[in-house]
Design a protein around this ligand. Sequence first.
Ligand SMILES: [Zn+2]
Length: 203
Amino acid sequence: MAKRTCDRRGHAFALGRFLFRTPTAWEYAAAVACGSDPAAQRWLGWLPDSVVTEPMRSEALRILPGTGPAWSTPDPHSVDVVAIDLLEGRCAGLVSVHSGEDGGPETGGYLAPAYRGRGLGRDLFAAGLLLAHSHLGLPRVRAGAEVGNVASGRSLEAAGLRRAPGPPHYTLPNGRLSEAWWYQHDVPRPHRCPGPPAEWLAF
Ligand SMILES: [Zn+2]
């Protein structure tokens, strides 16, 4: 399997069961499939064009990690890393640090259906914190969860984020307005790795 350390083309680090890495084009397709099922879309609210439907979804979930050409994100305001399950040899989800509602850095992500309900959301969001604080040099990162998304809130708190004040709503990509719980996490001394920086973020 490909690289496991950061360089100027991408980030790579291990955490818990997963290797988190800047995805290849095919790994990114697998990651999109991980969040495309109706249960995930209830919370994610992507535009219909972004959602991978069956039978493509099952096929994309079987993509082998380490395959596919190098790829750059379509969103220049987001640093995305894919969660790779080294034991099973498949893509398990995605976590990102992106420009949030207030312009500051936010983390968010999702797991494939087979990885939900197993306490692995903690590792996913811990990876988001690690990406923000130890790779992108960000002292503070926030996260939003929809009011009622108890699994997401529990995972954020298990990863170490704490409830914080914030706007009462946020807007999903499909335009749906959702009520928000906000979380945040701070470190006194963030670090930057040799990987691609988050140049858009003012901090
Ligand atoms: Zn890095």
